[in-house]
Structure formats: C-alpha cells, structure tokens
Design a binder for this molecule. Structure first.
Ligand SMILES: Cc1cc2nc3c(=O)[nH]c(=O)nc-3n(C[C@H](O)[C@H](O)[C@H](O)COP(=O)(O)OP(=O)(O)OC[C@H]3O[C@@H](n4cnc5c(N)ncnc54)[C@H](O)[C@@H]3O)c2cc1C
Length: 405
C-alpha cells in the first residue's frame, strides 16, 4: 500500500506505540502526533504499570506478549524503562484452584510459561502474605512492572528519531466529508490527513460520538494506594494477584502498592472528564478512595496482616477506558474510512501497548494483522448512546469483575 499521511491524536502509551511502530517501518516522516498536554499526561503516567501476560483471551495474550518483546527491544537499544522482571504470583484458596489451572492452561497454549510454587517459595517472593490466605500459588516468571512514563517517553524518542513529529494541539473535532475522515480541526485550523488514529484514551467518545461513531467504552476510575515502607516488602518482590478478593500488589518505594476492584467503581460521562486530570476526582467527597479502602480492609487484612500498622503514603487514581465485554476498542471504523481507533484499555493498557501499537500500525499500513482485530471492533455495539447511565454502569461492572493484572 502507498504511504499515507497519518495523524495520531493523543500521546499516551497507545498513541506513542502506534507512532513508534509506523516509524520503525519507515513511515516516520509521514506521521504527526497531536497531544494537547504533555505525552503520557492522561492515564499512562498514573498506571501501576503491571505487565502481566496471561488473560482469558488468546488474542489479548498475543498483544501482551508483543509488549514484553517491545520492552526487551527497547532495553537492548539502551532505553531505561525501570523494568523489574519480578514475575507475577497468583495466589488463591482451594476453591479457586480451577481458575488458576485455567490460567496455567491458557498460558501454556499461548506461549506464556508458569509453574506451581510450594508455600515457602511463594512466601519468599512475597513475605508479607499471610500463609493462611492461600492454598495454591501459580507463578508467571516473565511478567514484571516498569515506569509507565519512561516507557511512553522511550517509545516516543524512537519515533522522533525516525522522523515522527510531536506537536502540542488540542483536537476539537474530527472533520468528516461524507463517509471519510479528512483530518481534524484544532485551534489553529484544519489539519488534513489520509488516516487519523484516535488514541485519546478515556476521552475517545468526545471526538468519535459527534462524528457518528459511539465507541463501546467509558472512563472508569482505577485507583491504588502505596503504603509506607516496611521490611516485609522487598524491593525485588513479585507482583501478587489475589483473584479471590480482586486485588493486586507489587513493591514500590520500600512499601507496597496495592489496588482492589470495588463492587461499584466510579464512572463518568467522558465529556465531564477535564483535559488536565490534576485535581480531578471522580468522587470529590472521597478523592483518595478511603471508602473503597475501608470496604476492602477486611479482605485485604486477611492477605496482608501488617496492613493495620501501615500508613498510606500515596493514593493514586485516574481514568481507564473500560468496555462492557472486556475487549479492547481497536480497528477501523465502520462507515468512516480514514479512521483507526486505538483505545479501550480496560485498565491494562500498559500491558497491551506494544501489541496495540503493532496491530494498529499493521492496519494503517495495510499489512496482515498479527492478531484478529474482530473482537475489538470499534463498531461492535452499533448505534447507541455512550452517555446513557446503563451503558456507563455496564462499563463500570467490567472493572469490578476483573481479577487479572
Ligand atoms: C490508577 C491506574 C492504574 C493502572 N494500572 C495499570 C497496570 O498496572 N497495568 C496496565 O497495563 N495498565 C494500567 N492502567 C491502565 C493504563 O494506564 C492505561 O490503559 C493506558 O495508559 C491507556 O493509554 P492511552 O494512550 O489509551 O490513554 P492516555 O494515557 O489517557 O492517553 C490519551 C492521551 O490523549 C490526549 N488527548 C485526549 N483528548 C485529546 C484531544 N482532543 N486532542 C489532543 N490530545 C488529546 C490526552 O491528553 C492523553 O495524553 C492503570 C490506569 C490507572 C488510571
């Protein structure tokens, strides 16, 4: 296919990954990235940044494995990502043994190694765990975590080295001519392109819905806390996933970073999400999520008996673009030629970023996609109201069901 001028809107980790992928295939001089704030200013910089490959869906596993490969490539090129090859430990009571077995099986069938660990070995990786809280421990040695801002910056550096331009501009609307997107409108006027990649994260519907493309995603609050330091949190300890209580944890700053998926996560209409998230709270009356933490304290305390003695040093939250079916929102747009969407992270966009970058790059270049994009089709819900309360509730429910990394 002939090269085209490509506009990537949004310089979070998805937009950065798409630009980098195109640049590595020689398209750099034809690619412009438009970002209204700084790169990674949205969800990306707020992520806990677990990179965990095992998922319920083989396509998503392939995306995550591509991210692990991308991380290895960037490190080999000398980029510092703050990568911790910690592995991820899934711990569960006897009743959830089938869930862990299913994870081991789908991982093995899709190139993700794991092994069962005896209690002592699991506790060596996470000395803070109460041994009575779990019967079974399954370890995925190739998972890890990193600094999400460093990842996005490194990916953009590679893109820029290969000719991509990054510009500060707010896109006000997609410019549609009949059934084709011709470019975008910014404060400085019209910017034309053969292809627009919409990578505006939780804000995606603000631009797509007025253009006639409601996307099946909504901004749902993700949040976690970081405890004060304690000797039981080794800096090179493992990521721990606790599916029985829908919680996760990893070491951070000598303390423990931990999060829970609450029964009723906060969700907003994307039009209410400010461009600058500094100072924004989904629930202003409980900006730091103390109510969520209090509701989960009993469950967390069973796994983390030291919890009542810890202080909370940081509370972090931000918007993730959740979808009712847990699939991404990636691909070409029905009835809107010239538009490709890269969104719908379901709180795992760092994990999927390398794969989404590759897949969207292939779609833009007209190359054969390495993963079937059909389950992530942007138009899969047809015409609907992405601001309707029941739709927003369905997106929030997807977060409360989540037990993966
Ligand atoms: C608290 C928290 C914890 C998380 N933990 C993890 C984790 O452990 N592992 C994991 O894999 N993922 C995690 N995530 C999810 C991850 O952060 C996201 O999936 C990922 O960052 C999404 O990247 P994105 O590029 O789609 O969106 P964003 O990073 O939000 O980027 C979108 C960009 O578009 C820009 N933009 C929006 N509208 C416009 C416009 N009109 N014009 C120009 N620019 C525009 C924004 O300024 C922003 O920079 C977490 C998220 C949060 C909030």
């Amino acid at each position: 296919m002939a090269e085209r001028d490509v506009l990537v809107v949004g310089a979070g980790v998805f937009g950065a990954a798409v630009a980098c992928e195109l640049a590595r295939h020689g398209w750099g001089p034809r690619v412009r990235v438009l970002e209204r704030l700084q790169p990674a200013a949205g969800a990306t910089a707020r992520a806990a940044a677990l990179v965990t490959a095992v998922r319920d869906d083989p396509g998503q596993i392939a995306l995550a494995r591509q991210t692990l490969a991308t991380i290895a490539t960037l490190q080999a090129e000398g980029e510092a990502l703050g990568w911790h090859a910690s592995g991820a430990l899934h711990v569960a009571p006897a009743a959830l043994r089938p869930l862990l077995e299913a994870r081991a099986a789908i991982g093995a069938a899709n190139g993700v190694a794991s092994r069962w660990l005896p209690h002592e070995a699991a506790l060596a990786l996470a000395p803070w765990l109460d041994p009575r809280a779990f019967e079974h421990a399954l370890f995925f040695p190739d998972d890890g975590w990193l600094d999400p801002h460093s990842l996005a910056s490194a990916v953009l550096r590679v893109a820029v080295r290969h000719g991509v331009r990054i510009e500060t501009a707010e896109v006000r609307r997609l410019v549609v001519d009949g059934s084709r997107v011709r470019g975008v409108e910014t404060a400085d006027g019209f910017v034309g392109a053969d292809m627009v990649v919409l990578a505006t994260g939780a804000w995606a519907n603000v631009l797509s819905a007025p253009a006639g493309l409601p996307l099946p995603l909504a901004p749902v609050r993700s949040q976690y806390w970081i405890s004060t330091p304690a000797p039981c949190f080794p800096r090179e300890g493992a990521i721990v996933l606790m599916p029985a209580i829908r919680a996760y944890a990893r070491p951070e700053l000598g303390g423990l970073l931990f999060g829970v998926r609450e029964p009723r996560p906060a969700v907003v209409d994307a039009r209410r999400l400010p461009a600058d998230l500094g100072g924004f709270a989904f629930e202003p009356e409980d900006a730091e999520g103390w109510q969520t933490l209090a509701a989960a304290a009993e469950d967390l305390g069973r796994h983390l008996p030291v919890l009542p003695t810890l202080g909370i040093a940081h509370a972090v939250s931000g918007p993730s673009a959740y979808t009712p079916d847990g699939q991404l929102v990636v691909g070409t747009a029905p009835g809107l030629a010239g538009l490709v969407v890269a969104a719908g992270c379901n709180g795992s966009g760092i994990t999927f970023s390398g794969g989404v970058g590759r897949l969207v790059g292939e779609l833009v270049r007209g190359a054969a996609p390495f993963v079937d994009p059909a389950p992530a089709a942007p138009g899969r819900l047809g015409d609907f109201d992405p601001q309707a309360p029941d739709f927003l509730a369905a997106c929030a429910a997807a977060r409360s069901r989540k037990t993966s990394g």
